[in-house]
Design a protein around this ligand. Structure first.
Ligand code: BGC
Length: 405
C-alpha cells in the first residue's frame, strides 16, 4: 500500500487550491544507500487528483534487485502534462511522455515495463552511464605517471564504465521541488578501485521536468583522487513512439567537425570536417538519407556511432542538436555545456529485444544523442581533459526540450 506523507499532501493541495503552476517545498531527505543507513520502506506521493496546472511527483516501489535492494520509481509531471518516470536503478528514464502536434501523448523513449528486464539485458536503455561514458581504448590510461587498468567489456575496450557501470547500480534518491520544475536528485558513491578507476567519486544526477517542457539533467561529482569522469544520459529516443525506425527523423547537429574512429570505434585523435561527408548534419537532414552510403566511418559504426565536436563559444549552454519527427511534429532540442555529442543510430538493435507494451525494437528503432567529452580522452592529450582532481567540482548540465511544429 502506498503511504502518503502529510508534507506532500500539503504541498499538492495548497498548489491545487491556489491554482498556480508550480509549488515549493523542502520534502524530507531520503536516505542514500552510500550513507550506510537502512532504507526506509515508506513511500510518499503527491495527490493524483489535483488537476493539470500543477507539478506532480509520485514515488512507488518498482522492484527489487537480486541482493534485496528496493528500487523506486518517480513519476514526475509538469504543469503542461508532460510525464517522466525515473527509477533509482541505473538512474534510468523508464518513460517520457510528450504530446504530438495534435496533443496526443506518447512515450518517446525505449525501455522495458519492469525492473527485471532492465537487469537481465539492457543496451543502456535510458540510463546514466559512467564513470566514463563511451570507450577507453584497451581499458588503460596513464594519469600522473601511474598506469590504470579498467574492466574491459567491449572486445578489448572499456565501454560506459565497465562490467558494472553506473547504469547497473541502485542510486540514492531525494525528491526535488522547484517553482517551475519537479524532479529527483540521485546520488551514488563509486568506490576507489571500482571497475579499476582511482578515487572515491561522489556523483549526483538531478533530473528535473520543467514547465518549459524540458527534461533538465544536472550532473555533479567530487573525488578524493584524480580520476577521469564523463557522465552522460543514454536515452534511446523515437519521437514517433517506437512504431517504426528512426530513419525519417530529421536531425541537425551543431558541429563542423567530428572525431573519426578506427574499426573498434576508438577515436583516431583527429578532428575531421564534416563538410562534403554523410556526417554533415549542419543542415537538418533525415537520419536515413545517407546512412547506407559507402563511407568508411559509416562502415566502422554500422551506421552513425560517432562523436561530433560541438560548435561552442565558451563553457555555457550551447544548442547541440535538434531532431524533428515529421509524422507527429515532435521536436527535441538538446542544449549542453559539454564539448561533444555521440549520435548513435541504434545500429545494434536487431529485433531481439521486446520492450514496453510488447513492442519489438528492430534495427534502428531508437537513436541516442549523448552529450559528453570525447571518447578515449584519457589517452588523447589533445582532447579536452576529463580529469577531475580532489578539490574540484565536476558540474555539467544538459537539457532536452520538447515542442511540436
Ligand atoms: C555507443 C555504441 C554502443 C551503445 C551501447 C553507444 O553510446 O557509442 O557503440 O553500442 O552505446 O548500446
Amino acid at each position: 500500500m502506498v503511504k502518503i506523507t502529510s508534507r506532500f499532501i500539503r504541498v499538492g493541495l495548497v498548489a491545487a487550491m491556489l491554482g498556480f503552476s508550480g509549488c515549493r517545498s523542502e520534502p524530507q531527505k531520503r536516505t542514500t544507500p552510500e550513507a550506510g543507513a537502512s532504507e526506509s520502506k515508506d513511500q510518499r506521493a503527491a495527490p493524483t487528483d489535483v488537476g493539470l496546472s500543477v507539478l506532480k511527483s509520485d514515488v512507488k516501489t518498482f522492484g527489487e534487485t537480486a541482493d534485496g535492494r528496493q528500487v523506486r520509481l518517480y513519476s514526475l509531471q509538469n504543469a503542461n502534462g508532460l510525464k517522466a518516470d525515473i527509477m533509482t536503478y541505473g538512474a534510468i528514464v523508464v518513460s517520457l511522455q510528450t504530446p504530438d502536434r495534435d496533443g496526443r501523448m506518447d512515450d518517446i523513449v525505449l525501455g522495458y515495463d519492469n525492473l527485471q528486464d532492465y537487469i537481465k539485458n539492457s543496451p543502456y536503455f535510458g540510463a546514466i552511464v559512467g564513470r566514463y561514458g563511451n570507450r577507453i581504448a584497451k581499458g588503460k590510461f596513464t594519469l600522473d605517471g601511474a598506469e590504470y587498468t579498467l574492466a574491459t567489456n567491449n572486445n578489448a575496450n572499456h565501454l560506459h564504465g565497465g562490467v558494472k557501470g553506473f547504469d547497473k547500480v541502485v542510486w540514492g534518491d531525494d525528491p526535488v521541488w522547484k517553482d517551475d520544475a519537479v524532479g529527483v536528485k540521485l546520488s551514488y558513491l563509486s568506490k576507489d578501485g571500482e571497475e579499476g578507476y582511482p578515487g572515491n567519486l561522489k556523483a549526483t544526477v538531478t533530473y528535473l521536468l520543467t514547465n518549459k517542457n524540458e527534461l533538465r539533467i544536472e550532473y555533479e561529482a567530487t573525488t578524493d583522487k584524480a580520476t577521469p569522469v564523463n557522465l552522460t544520459h543514454h536515452g534511446y529516443f523515437n519521437l514517433a513512439g517506437a512504431e517504426s525506425d528512426i530513419l525519417g527523423h530529421v536531425l541537425m547537429l551543431n558541429a563542423d567537425r567530428f572525431t573519426p574512429v578506427d574499426e573498434g570505434l576508438i577515436p583516431t585523435g583527429e578532428l575531421t570536417p564534416v563538410k562534403g561527408t554523410p556526417m554533415d548534419f549542419l543542415k537538418p537532414t533525415p537520419i536515413g538519407a545517407r546512412i547506407n552510403e559507402t563511407y568508411e566511418q559509416l562502415k566502422f559504426g554500422g551506421g552513425y556511432d560517432h562523436n561530433w565536436v560541438l560548435n561552442k563559444r565558451g563553457k555555457g549552454m550551447t544548442l547541440a542538436a535538434r531532431v524533428y519527427e515529421p509524422t507527429t511534429g515532435r521536436v527535441m532540442e538538446i542544449r549542453t555545456m559539454e564539448p561533444g555529442i555521440q549520435f548513435y543510430s541504434g545500429n545494434f538493435l536487431d529485433g531481439t529485444i521486446t520492450g514496453k507494451e510488447g513492442k519489438v525494437y528492430k534495427h534502428r528503432w531508437g537513436f541516442c544523442v549523448e552529450t559528453q567529452h570525447y571518447p578515449d580522452s584519457p589517452n588523447k592529450p589533445d582532447f579536452p581533459s576529463t580529469i577531475l582532481r580532489p578539490g574540484e567540482k565536476y558540474e555539467t548540465v544538459t537539457t532536452y526540450r520538447f515542442s511540436t511544429k
